[in-house]
Write a protein that binds this ligand. Structure first.
Ligand SMILES: C[S@@+](CC[C@H](N)C(=O)[O-])C[C@H]1O[C@@H](n2cnc3c(N)ncnc32)[C@H](O)[C@@H]1O
Length: 342
């Protein structure tokens, strides 16, 4: 992994879901902290463009850390405000090896935020322990974690198997599950999951000539037999086939355009919120079944989000929380039928 800050800076604004994380922070702040936060830490802050967005929150101090001195140099130069301090830090190091300036914040950080950086931190256990040590009691962790591993899923079985051998990318279970377990083991809890799909439209030529290098570089970490042009070509084709859809309209300068799809999973809770990027997968069900629904996380919201018709089943007939929780359906635009199941 080696990012060029100038190039990355151009790329981020349109694709990154930082604002979604910030909305969650704002909500948490409004409902838990009388609208105030003392310190927010941004792990893997990169060019600082998303760190600067955090200044919109009511927060006394923001710290951005990144392993790459080039990124921190760029952030200092372009995205510094009196409220923000930047420092070079590999966040995957064990606690006792972290910079003193970070360790002094133990138990005082209101929220840890990280946008598209966790996937590059190899030592999940250490990172999770560090987050838990830094957070104040009742603090919040909001993150998205890139997971791109499903690009071979549309291939016929023998080809898919061959692809997995050439690029033994960890399964979602190992990768995302590894993060969840590390965070749980570190003492974080109350996990909630959510999926969504940010998309971007750009010229096909630009994507194939430049931007596709970003997901390709990620997979290249996992090549079995070193760098290889044939595997590069296969990878490029798989990413294109899985993620890109044609768009009818030409760009203003007359180029063919494509829509690039990323699926995002968010996991949220009172203490811990994680947003996870997973490989592209359009979900468009006709019928949804929710088992054990309640008024807040019911089928109504799911139907509202992804369409289709919904059925909810719950052992309790409770008006508010069980299968009688029609409010869950009524509060949304989707249509849902709630069925008590006991
Ligand atoms: C895809 S960029 C995201 C940058 C920024 N968060 C944003 O949303 O624009 C990933 C960043 O994570 C940083 N990074 C990778 N490994 C890291 C580590 N072990 N500790 C801290 N930062 C790391 C990289 O240097 C890079 O700047």
């Amino acid at each position: 992994m080696n990012f060029n800050p100038d190039y990355y800076n151009e790329f981020t604004d349109s694709l990154l879901p930082a604002n979604k994380l910030i909305d969650k922070l704002q909500y948490f702040c409004d409902h838990n902290n009388n609208g105030n936060m003392s310190i927010i830490l941004d792990i893997g802050c990169g060019t600082g463009s998303t760190t600067k967005l955090l200044t919109g929150l009511n927060c006394e101090r923001i710290i951005g850390c990144d392993i790459d001195p080039k990124m921190i140099g760029f952030a200092q130069q372009h995205n510094k405000t009196p409220q923000i301090d930047y420092l070079v830090q590999d966040f995957g190091l064990p606690w006792h090896q972290l910079d003193d300036r970070l360790r002094r914040l133990a138990g005082r950080v209101s929220a840890v935020f990280t946008n598209y950086a966790m996937a590059w931190i190899w030592d999940k256990q250490s990172a999770a322990q560090n987050i838990a040590k830094l957070l104040a009691p009742g603090g919040l962790f909001v993150a998205n974690i890139l997971y791109d591993g499903d690009i071979a899923q549309c291939l016929p079985k023998p080809e898919r198997q061959k692809c997995y051998e050439l690029i033994p990318y960890p399964t979602e279970h190992d990768f995302i599950g590894g993060w969840i377990m590390s965070l749980k083991n570190a003492g974080l809890s109350k996990i909630d999951i959510d999926y969504w799909e940010p998309t971007i439209v750009m010229s096909e030529q630009l994507y194939l000539n430049e931007y596709i290098e970003i997901p390709m570089n990620w997979f290249k970490h996992y090549y079995n037999n070193g760098r290889n042009q044939d595997v590069d070509n296969l990878l490029k084709k798989l990413i294109y086939d899985e993620r890109c859809r044609p768009v009818d309209q030409l760009s203003t300068d007359g180029h063919k355009q494509i829509e690039i799809i990323n699926s995002t999973t968010s996991i949220s809770g009172d203490i811990l919120i994680i947003i996870i990027m997973v490989g592209a997968q359009a979900v468009n069900p006709n019928v949804l079944l929710a088992i054990g629904l309640n008024a807040e996380t019911g089928i109504g919201r799911a139907v509202d989000r992804i369409g289709g018709q919904g059925f909810g089943a719950d052992i309790s007939g409770d008006e508010e929380y069980g299968a009688g929780g029609v409010r869950a359906a009524d509060d949304t635009a989707g249509s849902a039928v709630i069925v008590p199941y006991n």
